[in-house]
Structure formats: C-alpha cells, structure tokens
Write a protein that binds this ligand. Structure first.
Ligand SMILES: C[S@@+](CC[C@H](N)C(=O)[O-])C[C@H]1O[C@@H](n2cnc3c(N)ncnc32)[C@H](O)[C@@H]1O
Ligand code: SF4
Length: 379
C-alpha cells in the first residue's frame, strides 16, 4: 500500500474570487512562523511514524512516503528555501522512497527560474500549475493574479528546467465563458502537451458572478473537454482528470483508492487507522496551538466497517474504472456487490451506472453528469 503525505501552504499572492480553499493573501509576515510550526508538526509526525504510533504508518518497518503533495494556497508564493528545508527534513529522516512522486502546486505569477531550479534540486518531480482559462478578460473577472502571457512564461521556465511531469488546471462554467473560449483553452493545452490536465467545473457557494453560462452550455463544456482530450490521447481516468498513459496523479489515486495519508499544515486532513482528522484551520490558531504543544487535530470521523465500505463505493465511483467487486471482496471479506444489489440495480435502471461484466460497475456518460445522485445512494 502506498504512503502519502500532504503539506498545506495557505498563502497566496491574491485571493481569487471563487476560491473556498484554506488560503489567504496579505499574510506575508506569517510565512516564517507558519513554516517553523509546520516543521515542528512534521518532526512530530515523523517521530510517531518511527515509533509506530501513527496507525499503520510505521517507519520502523521501512515504510516511507511514496507520494508527497505540497499544495495550497500557493506553495510557489513563499521563498523556495522553505520548500527546500521541508524536503531536506524528510530526506534526513529517510522518509522519502526512491521513486516517490513529489508534486508542488504553483501559480503562474509566482514562478521564477530560481524557484523552479530549487524545486528540482530538492527532488520535486511533478509540477501542477493553475491556468484556468487562456482568456485574459475572464482571468481578470474571476480575480486571478496572472495573465495568459504570464502562464506561458511560467510554463516555459518549468519545461526549460526539465520537468517532464506537469499538470495544468483548467476551469469551465466561468463567468462570460463561451464554448469558443473553452475550445481555445483546450486547443492551446493540446498544443503544449502537458502530461496531465485537471478540468474543474466552477463550484460557487455564493452568488458572486452574474453572467455565468446556462446549465446546458456548462454541460456541453464538459462534453467538449472530454471529447477534445480523449481524441488527443489523454485518458479520462477520474471525473475531472485526464492524463497521458502512466502520468495519472499517484497522490490523488491514493485518496480515490481509500489509501491512508497524513496531512500537515493548517486545515490539512489525514486519514489514518480508519479515522479522518482535520487540522486547526486558522493560521494563527494553528501556530499558537502547536507552540503550546496542544493538539491541532479535530476528529472528523471514526469509521466502522459499514462507513468504510460506503465511502469505498463513493470514492471508487469517482474513477472511470469504477468498482471492481473482486478487489472489494478481498478488502472487506464479504460480498460488497450483494450488499448494494438494490442500489446498483436502481442506478443501472436509471442509466447512471453500467455493469461492465459480472464484477465491475462504473459511471455511464449520464452518470458522470449526475455523480451526486449516484453517490447519494451509498451515503
Ligand atoms: C490550490 S489551487 C492550484 C494552485 C494555485 N493556488 C492556483 O490557483 O494557481 C487548486 C485548483 O483548484 C481549482 N479550484 C479552486 N477553487 C475552485 C472552485 N471554486 N471551483 C472549481 N475549481 C476550483 C482551480 O483550478 C485551482 O487551480
Ligand atoms: S491562487 Fe489558487 S489557492 Fe489561491 S485563491 Fe486562487 S485558486 Fe485559491
């Protein structure tokens, strides 16, 4: 089983209007104390792993991290010395396996040659960069801090440095976005050939934009994305994710395969020993509590077998490959298909699930549009 580490860096140059992530701008003076606190938390987690008190994570059995994801916020906003120190700490403690996938998220307007070279020296081997759209007017409307030209420059720097595993984030359903705009963004990406593309439908929790595309146009955008990327040899492997063969995100696959992971930093989540935790969310309270030696972890869920198998179904049904009931039987030691016989029959009748053979179910094209309806059956 893979071991994964998520590290949260909550700082951004500018907060995008649509973003609900645990991320903040105008907090530069907090970067140094935050990173010191993060190193303390990391050190504690490594020590717990070494003495076998972190669930099934046990470094004494030579278990190291196979995937590390430095996300945010914008990790590239902070000085690269902090990232170098983070990775150096993990190396010193022999916590990184030789072929680990190490990803860092970057925003175009914070990329410099020096930072990218520092990441490379540190052993980071995957970069995820947010473009969202090639249309400068839309970038401005949604509050992005960069232009399309700045993306092109940043992408050039990343490729010139020799990174050969790059993800680009795209969004659709954006204010003022037309099918033609999206096509231009997709054509541009097809031209520059990143190894991986995440394409998210805009999710809003507040009414902040007026000229959003109508629902049928938003859905057409998803169909156009799938068609354009599949025609260009990208495998559609998760609802919002597309990859060239062999470049699927190993880290995200751990989440979707219900693997365990440790999250460090403000608001980061962990899934260890059938429990889900979330760290203290605010930067200041996170720093203060770690300094005082208080617990920063809030237990979100303690799973029994029933919770676990239900969550397994939901996570697996995010993946285009769906649920393999033979694998499920090996994990849970009972017939998971029989347990959900009624739900599966109903969803197949509704045209949302497809039974590939006796032992596999997956979302249909219609199911991809109504994934929430499918997941609801397993809650
Ligand atoms: C942490 S950010 C990526 C790195 C960097 N902070 C940036 O934005 O360039 C993660 C990605 O989530 C997506 N995202 C954020 N908020 C979203 C929302 N409300 N709806 C859909 N996608 C969203 C964006 O594509 C964004 O690039
Ligand atoms: S840069 Fe990324 S993390 Fe920061 S506010 Fe924008 S989308 Fe959110």
């Amino acid at each position: 089983m893979l071991r994964s580490l998520y590290v949260h860096i909550p700082f951004c140059k500018k907060k995008c209007k649509y973003c609900d992530f645990n991320s903040y701008d105008y907090q530069s003076e907090k970067i140094a104390p935050y990173m010191e606190t993060l190193y303390t938390e990391l050190d504690t987690a490594c020590r717990k792993m070494k003495n076998g008190t972190l669930g099934s994570f046990n470094a004494s059995e030579n278990q190291m991290f196979d995937t590390i994801y430095i996300g945010g916020g914008t990790p590239s906003f902070i000085d690269s010395k902090y990232i170098e120190k983070l990775i150096a700490m993990l190396h010193e403690r022999h916590m990184i396996s030789d072929d680990a996938e190490i990803t860092i998220e970057v925003n175009p307007c914070t990329v410099t040659e020096e930072k990218i070279q520092a990441y490379q020296r540190a052993g980071i081997n995957r970069i995820s960069i947010g473009l969202q759209t090639t249309n400068d007017t839309i970038l401005h409307t949604i509050g992005r801090a960069h232009t399309f030209l700045e993306f092109e420059e940043a992408y050039g720097i990343i490729r010139k440095a020799g990174f050969c595993n790059v993800n680009v984030d795209l969004m659709f359903g954006l204010p003022g976005q037309t099918l033609k705009d999206l096509k231009e963004s997709l054509n541009y990406l097809i031209g520059i050939q990143p190894e991986h593309i995440s394409c998210y439908s805009l999710i809003l929790h507040h009414d902040i934009f007026q000229n959003l595309p109508p629902e049928e146009v938003e859905r057409q955008m998803y169909y156009d994305t799938k068609e354009a990327l599949k025609n260009q040899g990208f495998e559609h492997y998760e609802i919002s994710n597309f990859a060239k063969k062999g470049y699927e995100s190993r880290h995200n696959l751990v989440y979707w395969n219900q693997g365990e992971y440790i999250g460090i930093g403000a608001g980061a989540s962990s899934y260890v020993n059938h429990m889900r935790y979330t760290n203290e969310q605010g930067i200041e309270s996170y720093i203060a509590k770690v300094r005082r030696g208080e617990s920063i972890q809030h237990v979100q869920e303690v799973q029994n077998m029933e919770d676990k198998v239900r969550e397994y179904m939901i996570l697996k049904l995010r993946l285009i490959s769906g649920v393999d009931f033979q694998e499920a039987r090996e994990i849970f030691h009972f017939d998971v298909k029989k347990k959900f016989e009624k739900e599966i029959e109903k969803l197949v009748r509704m045209g949302l699930l497809h039974e590939n053979n006796a032992d596999t179910v997956m979302l249909t094209e219609k199911g991809l549009d109504f994934a929430n309806v499918v997941w609801r059956e397993f809650i």
